[in-house]
Design a protein around this ligand. Sequence first.
Ligand SMILES: [Mn+2]
Length: 280
Amino acid sequence: MAARPQRLVKMTDDVSAEHRHYRTLFLSDIHLGTRGCQAELLLDFMRFNDAETIYLVGDIVDGWRLRRSWYWSQAHNDVVQKLLRKGRKGARIVYLPGNHDEFLRGYLGTHFGGVDVVDTCIHETADGRRLLIIHGDQFDVVVRHAKWLAHLGDWAYVAALNVNTAVNKARRFLGFPYWSLSAWAKLKVKNAVNFIGAFEQALSGEARRQGADGVVCGHIHHAALREIDGIAYVNTGDWVESCTAVAEHHDGRLEIIRWTRLAEERAGLPALAAPRAAAE
Ligand SMILES: [Mn+2]
């Protein structure tokens, strides 16, 4: 769990306006359809950043709120258009639904508008590492009961994964919103750090179980790039508060990009309003 510094860790506060082309871009937790979504900043990011492959690692559209309060501005439209345009211009786009865009889980294995929809997949980096790509909500119950499960072993772990899916299916059927472990944990501030640690352990553990060298996930709105017990743990962060993405360079190096260009440009003006996410 202790993060030991490694060459891959580099945080970029990108204030230059030069165009970058990466091998891969990983984005998650954009929450289009909510007021909290920083669509303008994301548009600006997409203007200056391209990649051969773009992974949308879940919670891109906020489908739960889509049924309650629905917020869709021109900028939200533009984000979708810009992504699709990148697809038309040759970028491979892979969409891995999360809990807020779970409605897309009904389309797993399909391909529409140049976008592949899958539950999880393995990405191979230019330097030959195999990374498990997954949103992460699949582990909410595992994380909540981490201690218990450690005692009970593998079958309980698998059972917990199934319970997580079943509970949220039932809640959806009954018209309740997704029960968010992380929102619940954040309410209990003292537990928040424990919660993030447990999430990171669960996800890197899953990568190891699947024989991967690392994991790229989202869900907890907390960008990270470090090694946990020999497994690369990569979290793409979000476009509600932190405005982060993860990029793979052409040599396989991974990097967290914190997109602050517009914010810098607007320096002197009041800080960009960044409403806090209600849930992951
Ligand atoms: Mn999520």
